[in-house]
Ligand binder design. Structure first.
Ligand code: PEP
Ligand code: MN
Length: 361
């Protein structure tokens, strides 16, 4: 079944003049909520609307989407306004129903991308259609799963494909709902440079204050588009309330975004520089996470010393650390002097922290 004009390729990187913007509510909730949100978004110049109809939630009991009853609401809204509609599909029955109601674009969610059975089922049901499909990264930071999902969809004959970077689960990250781990979307682009890479700052940030920062970072990194959650009254949204923006706030955000030159055509060096800097950012992030873990352990040992009434400063242990760490560093080609300085600072901080614990009533 061909359900759209083949000449119109939505995810064509070559035809792109600015970032592709997709916006809309996390979930379609009621006819009124949908119509009202969409009309405000269309007023803001949005041409592609997102909306979850079937919501794969991590835990049962959360709102799981209104389901197929929303399809006629979407169809009616499309008769009144000019927009393309994208929704998540997670099974062959979703695909069949959504196609019946003229949904324009599908996406595969992060919880589906992890499961080759699910992706294969979706791929089978897409055979013979020419619907554009966006593939979100899997919840875990596994590049092969993402590539595997993409290959299954490509093998089903789908030509119009984009990738969505929505971040990765990480219990240690206290800032993001899903850690961006920017090096992963960058790496997949080196394998598939022809595909559009869309960033989803809403699911990465998990809170609306952070959405514009992530969106800007994505554009700075040459992402091709953004998918942002927007709801007419975010606080009352049935899902992902904290991360959605009003259509007005979205319009404001889009106006403030600085779009960078799409390509450094004449300057491969600059591109390389960007990539290395990103890797440095990631390395620093990892370093800080290790530091955070170390400090948590220091606190734990402080509590333990207090409980057993043992002195904070254990000279032997400290001497052993001060000797071994520069040696370990040397094996990794690190300047032992730097390591000595670093551990001296860390030791001061550990003593300060443990003394604080000791002195507490
Ligand atoms: C969504 O887009 O609303 C959603 C559930 O996203 P993800 O699959 O990235 O969690
Ligand atoms: Mn959501």
């Amino acid at each position: 079944m061909k359900n759209r004009d083949l000449l119109e390729v939505i995810f064509d990187k070559k035809k792109q003049t600015g970032p592709l913007i997709i916006a809309g509510p996390c979930s379609v909730e009621t006819p009124d909520q949908f119509l009202n949100t969409v009309s405000q978004l269309v007023d803001q110049g949005i041409g592609i609307i997102r909306g979850g109809i079937w919501k794969p939630r991590t835990r049962p009991g959360s709102f799981e989407g209104v389901g197929s009853i929303a399809l006629p609401w979407v169809q009616e809204a499309k008769q009144q306004m000019d927009f393309k509609f994208a929704t998540e599909v997670a099974s062959s029955s979703h695909v069949e129903e959504a196609l019946k109601y003229g949904v324009d674009i599908f996406w595969i969610g992060a919880r589906s991308t992890v499961n080759p059975f699910t992706v294969q089922e979706i791929a089978e049901s897409l055979k013979g259609t020419d619907i554009p499909v966006m593939i979100k990264n899997p919840v875990n930071a596994d590049l092969s799963l993402w590539i595997g999902a993409l290959e299954r969809i490509q093998k089903a004959g789908i030509k119009d494909i984009a990738l969505i970077h929505r971040g990765f689960s990480n219990f240690r990250d206290k800032v993001h709902r899903n850690s961006p781990l920017w090096q992963i979307p960058i790496e997949i682009q080196t394998h598939f440079p022809e595909l559009m890479m869309i960033n989803d700052p809403s699911h990465i940030s998990g809170k609306r204050e952070l959405v514009s920062i992530i969106a800007q970072k994505a554009l700075d990194l040459n992402f091709d588009g953004l998918m942002i959650e927007s709801h007419r009254s975010p606080d009352t949204a049935w899902s992902d309330a904290e991360q959605q923006l009003t259509p007005q706030a979205l319009g404001h955000l889009l106006q403030k975004l600085k779009t960078r030159k799409v390509r450094f055509e004449d300057n491969e060096t600059l591109h390389q520089l960007e990539e290395i800097r990103m890797q440095i950012d990631q390395a620093d992030h990892d370093l800080l996470e290790s530091l955070h873990r170390r400090m948590e352990l220091v606190e734990k040992i402080g509590q333990y010393k207090k409980l057993n009434n043992v002195a904070v400063l254990q000279m032997e242990r400290w001497q052993a650390i001060f000797k071994s760490r520069p040696e370990w560093g040397k094996e990794l080609n690190l300047n032992p002097e730097l390591i000595r300085e670093l551990f001296s600072l860390l030791h001061q901080e550990s003593i300060r922290k443990q003394t604080e614990i000791m002195d507490k009533e």
